[in-house]
Design a protein around this ligand. Sequence first.
Ligand SMILES: [Fe+2]
Length: 384
Amino acid sequence: MFYYKLGSIPHKRHTQFRKPDGGLYSEQLFSTEGFSNDYSLLYHCHPPTIITGTDTPVDVTPEVAEERMLKHRSFEGFHVKPVDDYLQSRIPVLVNNDVHISLAAPRKSMEDYFYKNADADEVIFIHEGTGTLHSQYGKVTFEYGDYVVIPRGTIYRLSFNDSANRLFIVESFSPVVPPKRYLSKYGQLLEHSPFCERDIRPPADLETFDEKGDFLIRTKKKGIEYGLHYGHHPFDVVGWDGCCYPYALSIHDFEPITGRVHQPPPVHQTFDAHNFVICSFVPRLYDYHPNAIPAPYNHSNIDSDEVLYYVDGDFMSRKNVTRGMITLHPAGIPHGPHPGAVERSIGAKETKELAVMVDTFHPLKLTKQALEIENEGYVMSWAE
Ligand SMILES: [Fe+2]
């Protein structure tokens, strides 16, 4: 992301930066890839290192129910039950070593703890609900259609404006970045990118909580959740600058790339990560060649599992699609439009579909909870 700053920072990095009482602020370098990638420098009222207690670790590793399979699958995402607590509400459904995909319907804001995912960047797609991500960097407000991107290691707290929330969560074990082909050699989003810096919403409204007490940061690392208690409020930052921070990007600000004939899936790519991509399918005009077929062609995604999360609108190539539905088309067998969809698409001028796609280059495993919300028989739905 681009360089940004909020609050008070010293003129030179790594130099004395003093409080009104003469004491030093505590500088912290924050990066997700050692010292060789984008970073931010944060200035705390107190060192971010003062652990005052630890809880018994809890194993939260997703329970894999099907490790290997070759079958088209479909799941009812909205059958995941609403749960008060945010962390408890997160239900992993499809996982591999690069990415974990979860669904969540949290009813309540996080009030008595903070959360840190030490392993994975998180992309939280807001399907329903509005609220605010609170962090050391300031606040990021979110609403329907936002991707909230949180670098791994970021301490955060979510507050929701009401109890009806539906989230589609992608945990990435590598940095989530814009596709390289859209970036200039120094990192600016280029003219042909479907979104640009103006669409990125960095944190705002930095508040400094110079408070002593018992502050619990529930920290996930390698499938174990550790309760770490700190003696000072983690959001005690008076200022920061750099290129590593949480932000929001709305799917509604993604400008579709269209053509005279059907455009391939990469035109929908929004984010890149190691061994997977995230794509946005948004309302758009259809192909305008006089003999164009707007429905996608059948394709053999021989090297990637395709996960589609249906958000809203009409889904031209599939039948019986519901909001929050997930389809998984695994690598190894071709898939394509349902019977009749190709003919039906001819002459159509536009689509209102809204969907998020995650393509992984290694097979996904199904969790126990995924099987509980599965639509049986989906694999036969092309034969009907
Ligand atoms: Fe596909």
